[in-house]
Design a protein around this ligand. Structure first.
Ligand code: HSE
Length: 388
């Protein structure tokens, strides 16, 4: 029998317990042994729940239990979760997490401890909710030189944008809906201002190129400054507005990563991704483009990814999964990326630009700095990158 514990019994932690309840028999068959949830660690009182018998409040119970194989960290944040993860790894436990903040900011250190202790630190659920994307990136696509990773990485903002644009629901109401469905962060500003997507694009970038990019070093723009006028103009012109995270390997070895709302041409599959769904496109030099799609947030989808990692950790007890990133990446500023740009305003259309009805234009390919200069010169009221 394999034993695991869940730390943090919120949306994800309770989803993990539920997935085990639903699928325990088939999980045991796949593992070749029963999987037993031995402890739930939470500060809240769980005495009125079916988990009263296994509820604990003291982390050292987990730390000192030699029979405990895996710890699921679904506490969130980078304070208590960091301390407990360090200690669990040091105690020789495999750790599985959905905590993107912790992985993005402290993954390098935690993966180094895991390596030293010969245990797994796995975090499939930290990006794309239930979508299998990290394991395909570091395993199935390992034969490629990855050139670009781009996608919708935040379910809450995609849900909000979809509700606002398709159903005319006001922002505040759409956000409340996302919160009640368990999609949003404890502080939803992390979703709305793009920080959550920023953490996720850093994790993807770290795995794609094996070098660390920290969230505080990339440019992040969320949806709070988005004007629905631009969404309407884009839509009439054959584009959808989506909040994207993007990481690119540039010639010369530098890499760039950023988060911003983009215009996405309607014929690009990412444009059709609505509600809580996420989609991540990865381009490799052998495979070309592959896309991963599914529910990017929510209890059971995220728990699905966590449970996959728990099983994988147990199947790699002897020879641990070798993944991680080491030294810091050499970052190029987003100004060094070339793309087309959307501008809005009352100005004569410059030569070579596509006109959108309602006062928008799409430029030819420009560096970000050139696009900003053009926007200033024309007195444009909006400037957004265009994907593709
Ligand atoms: N708040 C996150 C989102 C949860 O909406 O995508 C999943 O990481």
């Amino acid at each position: 029998m394999a034993n695991f514990a869940v730390m943090g019994f919120g949306t994800v932690g309770s989803g993990v317990a539920e997935v085990l309840r639903m699928n325990g028999a088939s999980i045991a068959e796949k593992l070749g042994e029963p999987l037993h949830l031995k402890y739930i660690l939470d500060v809240r009182d769980l005495s009125a729940t079916p988990y009263a018998d296994i509820a604990v409040k003291d982390f050292s119970v987990l730390e000192n239990d030699a029979e405990l194989d895996v710890v699921v960290e679904s506490i969130g944040g980078a304070k208590v979760a960091l301390d407990f993860t360090r200690r669990a790894l040091m105690a020789g436990k495999h750790v599985v997490t959905s905590n993107k903040e912790l992985v993005a900011s402290h993954g390098r250190e935690l993966l180094a401890i895991a390596r030293e202790k010969n245990v797994n630190y796995l975090f499939e659920a930290s990006v794309g909710g239930g979508i299998p994307v990290l394991r395909p990136l570091f395993q199935c696509l390992a034969g490629n030189r990855i050139e670009e990773v781009v996608g919708i990485l935040n379910g809450t903002t995609n849900y909000i944008l979809t509700r606002m644009v398709k159903s005319g629901v006001p922002f505040a109401e759409a956000l409340k809906e996302a919160q009640s469905k368990g999609y949003a962060e404890q502080n939803p500003a992390a979703d709305v201002e793009g920080l959550d997507a920023g953490r996720k694009i850093c994790i993807l970038s770290n795995l794609a190129w094996g070098k660390e990019v920290l969230p505080e070093n990339i440019s992040v723009q969320g949806i709070s400054g988005l004007d629905l006028k631009d969404v309407a103009i884009a839509s009439a012109g054959g584009y959808r507005v989506k909040l994207l995270g993007r990481a690119v390997k540039l010639d010369g070895g530098k890499q760039a990563a950023y988060v911003a709302p983009h215009l996405v041409p309607e014929d690009c599959p990412i444009a059709a991704v609505d509600d809580v769904f996420n989609a991540i496109m990865i381009r490799g030099n052998a495979v070309g483009e592959v896309m991963f799609y599914g529910r990017g947030a929510g209890d059971l989808p995220t728990a699905s990814a966590v449970m996959g990692d728990v099983i994988d950790a147990l199947q790699h007890r002897v020879r641990r999964r070798n993944l991680g990133w080491s030294e810091s990446a050499e970052l190029a500023g987003p100004d060094q990326l070339s793309m087309r740009w959307y501008l809005r305003g009352d100005f004569p259309v410059p030569a070579g630009c596509e006109t959108l009805s309602g006062g928008g234009i799409i430029t030819g390919v420009l560096h970000a700095g050139e696009a900003r200069t053009l926007a200033e010169k024309l007195g444009a009221a909006a400037l957004l990158p265009v994907l593709g």
